[in-house]
Ligand binder design. Sequence first.
Ligand code: F6P
Length: 459
Amino acid sequence: MKRIAILTAGGDTPALNATILGAVQRANQLRIEVIGIIKGFSGLLNPQVPHVHLNPLFQCIPELDATRGGTILGASRDYVDANDTEMIARVAGRLSKLKVDGLVCVGGDGTINGMQPLGHHLPTVLAPKTIDNDLGLNYPDEHSEWSREPNDSPKGYTYRKRPGRDFDLDEMVNFATPGYATAVFVSAQAIQRIRTTAESHRRIAIIEVMGRDCGMIALGTAYGQPDIILVPESPVDPDALVERVLAILDIQKHAVLCVSEGIVDVEGRILGSVTASKDPAGNTQYTGAASAVKRLLVERIGDAFFTHKRRNESADAAIFVRKVGHTQRGGRPILFDRFYATQLGGKAVDLLADGLHNCVATLQYRDGAFLLDSVDANKLRDRWGNIHARPLASSLYDPKRFQPSAKGVAYLRTIFNTALGTDDLESMRSLFSTGNLVHPYDSVNVDVNKRIHRIDGTA
Ligand code: F6P
């Protein structure tokens, strides 16, 4: 193997540059050239395939820095349509013009689907990334728990998972994915910051975190000590929720709720709204979960309660909503993410060099320690070939207390006990550097642009 390509697909995460760096460092050792494709699969859909040579003379280009969030290659949610055989052939032709012997895609479940059709033309492996921490399985046979049920949607069916079995943490396939730890670091801090306002003004704060259909980010946000955590895997029971909120208000005069964006009602309907995305994993975008919970509390608790307790203030004024939003997906990655992203990038290159194909580099937890491994991408698929987001297992969350269960605590400790490095804390000092006041932001895109090459765009 002389030359490989790498791309970063889907939404950005904080540890993408660390993954690319790990891949390039390993490739340097193996004397493999690495070509970075600009803007994920979108770069391959462009006949000129804008790309960057990441290791001229087997040295990393200086723009590659594991502490820099985002991706110097750029990312997009574009994918190669598996049914468009002509386009796939054209993309394969472009990769062959680039003379690459293999492709590393850095991404999540959508990316595995996107790389699958290319796998018929060249070896492909996935280096995992997602802040949602939903790539993988809670246990190896979990993919067989999906069934396809007819409904009146345009597709004519929907996928449903039967309740899972109990499992040991050692059984998890891909224990944690780079990007998750940093997202939790940000969302837990958001809870702490907003807490003191809710506490001082005796209000109810509802804070929405990302995660799509998976409650892993919300679970980890427990480190910020929200009073109530709502996750998509546990439908919201309004009576139980209101009872808990009132009990908390009674004791501490304020409450802080952490709401995962994909939460559902007892009928399984999304609270908030849904929009389609072009992600081939069928991922949708959710908005308004926290506002939906606010509406529920306003209706159920009513103005009279707050007027009485809070000197004529309405329920609407007493309950406020904040979204952590994209801050949890951006910025400097913390140590856990940097370290394992780098390792997984290197592992992806090893997999290609060892002749493996259509597989995923994974981080496993066994006998009290992390280790690198891999899984055949097909082992993640259901019998119809779909890759589903790994749900937050019911055994990790206690729906009665709205908090992580004992096993959830064990899971989180494994990741977060040593997730922060002293340099993560030290790096905060640079915020108040006088240089930030007098110099404009120095975008890495400016330097990377100077390195971009294009092939002759006739294909
Ligand atoms: O999958 C990562 C994620 O950040 C989800 O948590 C979130 O629902 C989605 O992407 C947001 O996507 P976008 O940045 O395209 O709005």
